[in-house]
Write a protein that binds this ligand. Structure first.
Ligand SMILES: Cc1cc2nc3c(=O)[nH]c(=O)nc-3n(C[C@H](O)[C@H](O)[C@H](O)COP(=O)(O)OP(=O)(O)OC[C@H]3O[C@@H](n4cnc5c(N)ncnc54)[C@H](O)[C@@H]3O)c2cc1C
Ligand SMILES: *[C@@H]1O[C@H](CO)[C@@H](O)[C@H](O)[C@H]1NC(C)=O
Ligand SMILES: *[C@@H]1O[C@H](CO)[C@@H](O)[C@H](O)[C@H]1NC(C)=O
Ligand SMILES: *[C@@H]1O[C@H](CO)[C@@H](O)[C@H](O)[C@H]1NC(C)=O
Ligand SMILES: *[C@@H]1O[C@H](CO)[C@@H](O)[C@H](O)[C@H]1NC(C)=O
Ligand SMILES: *[C@@H]1O[C@H](CO)[C@@H](O)[C@H](O)[C@H]1NC(C)=O
Ligand SMILES: *[C@@H]1O[C@H](CO)[C@@H](O)[C@H](O)[C@H]1NC(C)=O
Length: 534
């Protein structure tokens, strides 16, 4: 009897060793399919939302929300299967069956991850694409809403505007960004000065854990609820829905965009801006975008744009007093409703209907891109800005986009440990660096452009936060470091990149992870490692 069992065991381990990895994956895949087939009643079969690589829609679904063409190459590893859940039970079953079959899972809401971590992995994986879990229900009496993760922030803005012209939500600018990734990572937008991050305005959530259980704020407990609002939820579970607070906006807001192309003037204004932008008023967002001119001839320009929660006269008065150098004129100011300002900042033309916010295709064409981020606590010297400008002018074909986004206001009132997102107090502004390009024959453009932005980032070292140099989680950057490909995260090793995003909160995140998912099922390139204290 004993010999028989050990012969079988020997056979099994021999079998697993010699079977080539592709057919092993197909064994795992069929075992996974077998598992999901039996967990739900036949009138709610998950098989109707399962896409295998031989299905004619597989590729369409996979590509549909890939926003960075760097990860849409023939060599990019593809999922063994994609599931597009129609209800929460589909998510629960997918998680349970992946867990049982030792398969990794990738969770995708809007697919905007800078490094594609929501839809690619070096090991066999299943992609859970939440795009069809996108309902939004708004309670105007209580000023809150339940939003499914697969909705976009544009759909949320649209739904709020359908109910009220004086309510909004403080999230990002690009309407196609997904609720799931955005809220779990922070979320910086035009209302940051008054209301903080998108994640700061979450009041409840529904999350499916590694055992397939569905938890709300109460049943998940304070630690997990703290972690998933800024610490990236994909390390802890699949958040299927969020309850958010709506915020007040006035019936009329004012916007302006002033573009400066001439070098000494533009740099003088950028330099001066650093001293005022973060403390003008919590009702005013005043941002700078340094970008390539659209003619593609390698020119560079700086656009000063603003959203003011009030009327033009008041804005003019404020600018005249605090920043006369910008010479804002009445005719530069456009008054509109808050929802129109959302369209404006999403680069839609004036007059576009708000239905455009529901379009899930980006207003701008997809491109290859690499992004990085920084936080600035002390004004950058004039000479350094001059150098930065030169570096950006010295590039021809790729498109450069550098955003200087002020904090201040509400961001100064939230302590470093109140949320996983620590980089708030006394931050003058955040810098987002993006370089993008449209074609990539034999990978040369990618190599050149990524090297260019890395050099720019090195150049900026003396002028930005240090000890450690901070970075923004929602601008994911795998140059900072990543977990090993095949399992086994290591807290001491991950600290190198983890402290960059989270400072000391990284340790607490790792302890929470150790409690909720010690076996590290929710694992990816920058997942939080479990730290189990003895
Ligand atoms: C064009 C563009 C514009 C942007 N504009 C802004 C902006 O104005 N402000 C700003 O702050 N950021 C902005 N971002 C960054 C954006 O906030 C982040 O990339 C965000 O994580 C995207 O969320 P997503 O759901 O679209 O992405 P996804 O790629 O689907 O997910 C991102 C990460 O979150 C995880 N995740 C997604 N859904 C869930 C879920 N339901 N449960 C658990 N984990 C989940 C994924 O696994 C992945 O690790 C922009 C990005 C792009 C590409
Ligand atoms: C499936 O059938 C059961 C019992 O008839 C019913 O309660 C349930 O709502 C049905 N589910 C769906 C998705 O139709
Ligand atoms: C592809 O998968 C979908 C969803 O499971 C299914 O409805 C469709 O029939 C499949 N198509 C083919 C050709 O198998
Ligand atoms: C796709 O593959 C699955 C599993 O390997 C198989 O059951 C199915 O019949 C195939 N479908 C098509 C359309 O070839
Ligand atoms: C899923 O969402 C897509 C849009 O992203 C839509 O076209 C499709 O009809 C939806 N499918 C179901 C079954 O709801
Ligand atoms: C501009 O680019 C050229 C080559 O691409 C390089 O030799 C030169 O040093 C660059 N100048 C600056 C100021 O970066
Ligand atoms: C974890 O990483 C640290 C630092 O790289 C290394 O010294 C240590 O040996 C690693 N521990 C394990 C268990 O791999």
């Amino acid at each position: 009897m004993v010999t028989q069992i050990s012969t079988i065991l020997l056979f099994i381990s021999f079998f697993t060793l010699v079977v080539p990895s592709r057919s092993r994956s197909s064994l795992v895949a069929s075992s996974f399919i077998h598992c999901i087939s039996y967990k739900l009643p036949s009138n709610n079969s998950i098989l109707n939302v399962l896409y295998l690589p031989n299905n004619s829609s597989y590729s369409f679904i996979l590509k549909s929300t890939i926003h960075n063409l760097r990860f849409l190459k023939p060599t990019t590893p593809k999922p063994l299967a994609t599931i597009t859940p129609l209800d929460y039970t589909h998510v629960q079953v997918t998680v349970e069956c992946c867990e049982q079959n030792g398969l990794q899972i990738r969770i995708r809401s809007g697919g905007h991850d800078f490094e594609g971590t929501s839809y690619r992995s070096e090991v066999p994986f299943v992609m859970l694409d939440l795009k069809n879990l996108s309902s939004i229900s708004i309670d105007m009496e209580k000023n809150n809403a339940w939003v499914d993760s697969g909705a976009t922030i544009g759909e949320l803005y649209y739904s709020i505007a359908q109910k009220s012209p004086v309510h909004g939500f403080p999230a990002g600018l690009c309407p196609t960004v997904g609720i799931g990734g955005h809220l779990s990572g922070g979320g910086v937008g035009n209302l940051i000065g008054k209301y903080g991050l998108a994640a700061d305005n979450v009041i409840d959530a529904l999350m499916i854990d590694a055992k397939g259980r569905i938890l709300d704020r109460k049943s998940m407990g304070n630690d997990i609820f703290w972690a998933i609002r800024g610490g990236g939820a994909a390390s802890f579970g699949v958040v299927v829905a969020w309850k958010i607070k709506l915020v007040q906006v006035p019936p009329m807001v004012t916007v302006f965009d002033l573009t400066k192309t001439l070098q000494p003037e533009a740099i003088t204004l950028i330099h001066r801006w650093q001293f005022v932008a973060h403390k003008l008023s919590e009702d005013l967002l005043f941002r700078i975008t340094i970008s390539s001119t659209i003619d593609g001839r390698g020119g560079i320009e700086a656009t000063f744009s603003s959203l003011f929660l009030g009327r033009a006269d008041q804005l003019l008065e404020m600018m005249e007093e605090s920043f006369p150098e910008i010479r804002l004129r009445k005719e530069d100011c456009i008054e509109m409703s808050w929802i129109e300002s959302v369209l404006h900042f999403a680069a839609y033309q004036r007059g576009e209907t708000i239905e455009a916010l529901k379009i899930r295709i980006n207003p701008l064409p997809n491109s290859y891109f690499k992004g990085k981020s920084d936080l600035v606590y002390k004004p950058i010297p004039y000479e350094a800005l001059e150098d930065l400008w030169k570096r950006c002018s010295n590039v021809t074909s790729p498109f450069i986009h550098i955003e200087l986004h002020p904090y201040g206001g509400r961001m100064n009132e939230i302590s470093e440990s109140e949320s996983p997102f620590p980089l708030r107090k006394n931050v003058l502004f955040e810098i987002l660096y993006i370089v993008s390009w449209m074609d990539d024959k034999d990978g040369k453009s990618s190599e050149n452009n990524i090297n260019w932005i890395r050099r720019l980032y090195d150049f900026m070292t003396p002028y930005v936060s240090k000890g450690p140099r901070g970075a923004i989680w929602n601008c994911r950057d795998l140059d900072l470091g990543e977990n090993d490909v095949c399992g086994g995260s290591n807290f001491s090793k991950s600290k190198v990149w983890g402290y960059r995003y989270f400072k000391n909160n990284f340790r607490r995140l790792a302890i929470v992870k150790g409690k909720v998912n010690p076996h590290n099922f929710f694992y990816y390139e920058q997942s939080i490692p479990p730290l189990v204290l003895h």
